[in-house]
Ligand binder design. Structure first.
Ligand code: SAH
Length: 235
């Protein structure tokens, strides 16, 4: 189903995802429409509007658009626009989703009150994400205003310096539900995280971890997925 949503332009890709029901929220549709995926797939511009992952170098990939959409929709109620919501994007890679998340909390013109931190453990990718974001005026504004920060670090430890967070997105498969990340969620807050199934067959599942307003944590196992692993930084 997903590959049928590919388009010839960014607008067509997003519109196809919406028609197919892979994006259901108009807010997510609008946030994704306002970020040209080609800016974040510089080495494969022809494939930028395919609904599939694409290599971005350093052994990493930009995830498929329908996965980005699904992550945004899961976290959406914790990311109101212009309400100062604070979001952490772990394994930010190309920077594409960091930009979409910033559109959700700051509005597509970046004028609203909100903040997104993207963290990756490969300096070359942090630099590339900054470069990718600087390809558009909106991206430059988000970086220059400090509403988007792209930092180097081990995402398994989160980024307590800018937390706690209303929403945490993890873009690589964790070996466990890292307590440090749960600790950095606000009350209330939500984390979307792929976790290894530990069955020896390489299965992975999305877990949605909610912290309610009293600090109670609930964990829900969601769909089966395929992500690159959250690892030690390459030497
Ligand atoms: N959301 C990104 C996904 C990139 S792939 C995108 O769509 O562009 C997963 C990313 O996780 C890679 O960039 C990889 O470098 C990063 N990663 C893996 N282990 C990590 C760790 N321990 N800490 C931070 N980033 C990590």
């Amino acid at each position: 189903m997903a590959w049928r949503c590919s388009g010839r332009t960014n607008a067509e890709l997003v519109s196809n995802l919406f028609s197919a029901g892979l994006i259901t929220s108009p807010r997510v549709r609008d946030a994704m429409s306002s970020v040209d995926r080609a800016n974040y797939c510089p080495s494969s511009p022809l494939a930028a509007y395919e609904d599939s992952p694409q290599p971005i170098g350093f052994g990493a990939t930009i995830s498929a658009p329908h996965m980005h959409a699904s992550a945004c929709e899961s976290l959406l109620e914790f990311m109101p626009e212009n309400k100062g919501a604070c979001v952490l994007d772990i394994g930010s890679g190309s920077g594409y989703l960091t930009h979409v998340l910033a559109n959700l909390v700051c509005g597509a013109d970046g004028g609203g009150d909100g903040k997104v931190v993207g963290i990756d453990h490969i300096q070359g990718l942090v630099d590339m994400a900054r470069q990718n974001m600087r390809r558009s005026a909106e991206g430059r504004r988000l970086l220059d205003s400090g509403k988007v920060e792209l930092v180097l670090g081990d995402g398994r430890k989160g980024y307590p310096e800018a937390g706690p967070y209303d929403a945490i997105h993890v873009g690589a498969a964790a070996s466990e539900l890292h307590q440090a990340l749960i600790d950095q969620l606000k009350s209330p807050g939500r984390m979307f995280i792929p976790v290894e199934g530990g069955d020896g067959w390489g299965s992975q599942w999305i877990w949605v971890v909610d912290k309610d307003k009293n600090g109670n944590v609930t964990k829900k196992k969601d769909m089966g997925v395929r992500y690159v692993p959250l690892t030690d930084a390459p030497k």
